[in-house]
Design a protein around this ligand. Sequence first.
Ligand SMILES: Nc1ncnc2c1ncn2[C@@H]1O[C@H](COP(=O)(O)OP(=O)(O)OP(=O)(O)O)[C@@H](O)[C@H]1O
Ligand code: SF4
Ligand SMILES: [Mg+2]
Length: 375
Amino acid sequence: MTEPSLLRSQAVDGPLLEVDDLHVQFAGRGRLFGTSPPPVRAVNGVSFSIAPERTFGLVGESGSGKSTIARAILQLVDIASGTIRLGGDDVTQVQRKDELKFRKNVQAVLQDPFSSLNQVHQTRTIVGDGITRHYGLKPGANRDERIGRLLDAVGLSREFIDRYPYEMSGGQRQRISIARALAVEPRLIIADEATSALDVSIQSQVINVLRQIQDDSGVSFLFIAHDLEVVKHVSHDLGVMYLGYLVEKGDANAIYDAPTHPYTEMLIASIPMPDPVVQAGRRELRQSFDNDAEPPSPANLPPGCPFENRCPVAMDICREVMPDPTPAHHGGDVRCHLHTSGPELAGESVVEFIKTKAESRMAGSQRSQDKSLTS
Ligand SMILES: Nc1ncnc2c1ncn2[C@@H]1O[C@H](COP(=O)(O)OP(=O)(O)OP(=O)(O)O)[C@@H](O)[C@H]1O
Ligand code: SF4
Ligand SMILES: [Mg+2]
């Protein structure tokens, strides 16, 4: 049997990361009449892959399972079933002796650098520790030179080597977090809401840093955020999560221009637009969704599509059967009956279909209002 490589130095031919049919559950809280509560189904049958030098963006509302996927890849939660492969090796089977290799290749940058950076250390230690651990380079001039180059890469002056986290702004701390992740030359960086807490202008500076780093080093990113516009801006490929399901995935620009899942369309319709005419059209479209309906609990998911109670084009089958992924025009897939048992959109955009439905519904309600006024 060959030893798992976990990528230490070899090139990767196929995908860098492959997540296949991943399920993650958490024990439910509380007891009801002496019975165990049902588990929280945080991630349900999620599959996607990330090629070298690519960015896969994950978007979805709070509680949709984005961070749980990240934590499963980082081996911080147990998975119920499925596989996660890095360069072909099953990361859920990593032996203790290979853990250091794994940690070197997969790094994380999280939302709150203030709590993830050790306040009592200067940048020299925060960024340098990984270099010592993974490359055996002791503190000193050579290590400082390497840290200096990392500070150049994240757009900070070399004076930051002597600074403590409390002496920096939020954007500067986030750049230090990125430098710390880069220090060990990982193949994959998981950025979970890494720019969400930053002001818009700082956010775009940090995103530019991430892009430049990808161009220079070829690292791949799993970029997670609530904000579809930000995610689309940085990602080659996009995955849309709803209640633990990946409901749509494929080429980021193609999905943004012509989404195939009603939930993706709802997210796009929620993005404010400077053009008042476009904005009015989007508002109308947004109003066709039931924005006030409570999503089901992940501890009590319905048998059918979990988006059914908010979806303006739901059908009977949607209440009963959860749709399987089916191929879509953007090269990925979509989980929605409109593409299989419904009007057979067959993987094409859902936008015109929803608009037409919304318009005929509005015309219908206008007719009944007119009727009641005249009777
Ligand atoms: N340790 C845990 N124990 C029990 N339930 C958990 C645990 N961690 C997450 N969950 C539940 O799993 C579901 C998915 O949570 P997760 O944090 O992955 O969502 P998210 O998409 O990252 O949300 P956010 O955008 O708010 O960060 C939620 O219902 C959450 O309450
Ligand atoms: S499966 Fe049905 S309810 Fe779910 S998004 Fe598609 S049309 Fe709407
Ligand atoms: Mg999260």
